[in-house]
Ligand binder design. Structure first.
Ligand code: C5P
Length: 401
């Protein structure tokens, strides 16, 4: 586990797990990192700044308004100094404040001011962790590329049992070390990703759509950016925030998505088609709202152009990854698509069953290539996305070897 070239800004917020920050600082330094600690007011009720100062070998900061400390290293310099920010433990309140961009204490201000990757390690009572407000805040942070380490499950200080325990210091150090390894994996690589559904208009008020939420494709875009890639994301109509460092182009229909893809394609190294593109589109779009006068009606549909197949037919072509959402016979249909569309890799997921699919935050992917397969997850779409990209980097390196 190597953090030799890393300067870790450790944010400690106020929960009982703050006592583990002492051990965490030691482990981070054992792994070779330089460590500077920032504490919230709440954290100082659980562990003293003196302890963390002695262990980190650097003064501990706890205020935006400390003139002496600001004269030595201002908060903006501190934000620039960090190559990684880790908030551990991250309480429910700290997660909420970070998710909503507060800047009224030193830690929240540093998280806004830094360009370094940010990771949070939540720790709280299991009910607080399960609360929809906390889950929504975590989803917001994830969507912006913040990595979430844990929480673990088990006995809690409050006497309850469940998810909400801070990961152990060793686990946090190894999570940070894998983040460091991953961040170089796609350095300088250009990745083009499609995500979300497409909407095919029938008339000015109606359309044919599908249940894709875009969450998987957006998670792939966030993970690719975190791994050092230059990411372009062509998004169908979804209301998800754009991940940090990702260039986004919004489209509505399959035809618009095809045009945007072909426009962005030259010079791309990897193409990942995570969008659920409509297979059929109304043959003509009524220019006025269709009235319900007849007892029944039929809408004539034309086939759309297959974007993936068009991309694989291009020369030069990027490394191409397709997705397959299937309700049954997953491997059979996925392998058929892999071959028929000339893909390098296909990521298949079972929809219409519990534990994954369109609107869920978790997913399991079965990934197939010509002479192999691997199962990723079940885990959060963020973690599955990182695993998928690590596999893409590995397979692409083999293909180029
Ligand atoms: O054949 P099927 O639509 O199930 O294949 C799914 C894969 O094909 C996805 O990667 C999707 O983005 C892509 N696709 C496409 N253009 C279409 C239809 C699907 O790129 N018109």
């Amino acid at each position: 586990m190597c953090l030799r070239d890393e300067r870790v800004l450790l944010g400690v917020s106020g929960g009982i797990a703050a006592y583990k920050a002492a051990e965490l600082v030691r482990r981070l330094r054992d792994a070779g990192a330089q460590v500077r600690v920032v504490m919230t007011d709440g954290a100082k009720r659980f562990i003293t700044p003196l302890t963390l100062q002695a262990l980190s070998g650097n003064p501990v900061r706890d205020s935006l308004w400390d003139e002496g400390a600001e004269a030595a290293m201002g908060h903006i310099e501190l934000a620039r100094w960090a190559t990684r920010v880790l908030v551990a433990p991250a309480t429910a309140d700290t997660l909420a404040r970070l998710a909503h961009g507060h800047a009224d204490d030193l830690l929240s201000t540093l998280v806004l001011a830094t360009a370094a990757p940010v990771a949070v390690a939540p720790a709280m009572n299991q009910q607080m962790w399960a609360h929809p407000a906390t889950q929504a805040n975590v989803a917001l942070l994830r969507g912006r590329g913040v990595q979430v380490f844990g929480p673990g499950a088990g006995d809690q200080a409050c006497g309850e049992v469940g998810p909400g325990r801070l990961l152990e210091p060793d686990e946090l150090v190894s999570a940070l070390a894998s983040q460091v390894r991953a961040s170089a994996m796609l350095a300088g690589v250009r990745v083009l990703i499609t995500a979300g559904p497409t909407f095919e208009d029938i008339d000015p008020v109606r359309f044919i759509g599908n249940r894709s939420s875009g969450k998987m494709g957006f998670a792939v875009a966030a993970a690719a950016a975190a791994m050092g890639a230059e990411v372009s994301l062509i998004a169908g109509p979804v209301a998800l925030p754009t991940p940090v460092g990702v260039a986004r182009i919004n489209v509505r229909s399959a035809a618009q998505m095809l045009a945007a893809v072909m426009d962005a394609l030259p010079g791309q190294d990897i193409y990942i088609g995570a969008a659920a593109v409509a297979d059929y589109t109304p043959a003509c779009v009524a220019d006025k709202k269709i009235k319900k006068t007849a007892a029944d009606m039929a809408v004539a549909l034309d086939r759309t152009t297959d974007i993936l197949a068009t991309v694989t037919a291009a020369t030069p072509r990027p490394f191409v990854v397709g997705f397959a959402a299937e309700t049954h016979d997953l491997e059979h249909y996925a392998r058929d698509k892999l071959q028929r569309k000339g893909l390098d890799l296909i990521a298949a997921n079972q929809v219409g069953c519990a534990g994954g699919g369109f609107e869920a935050d978790c997913n399991t992917l079965q990934v197939f290539w010509a002479d192999g397969e691997r199962t990723l997850g079940p885990d959060s779409k963020a973690v599955v996305a990182q695993q998928l990209l690590a596999l893409v980097a590995e397979r692409r390196a083999m293909a180029n070897a």
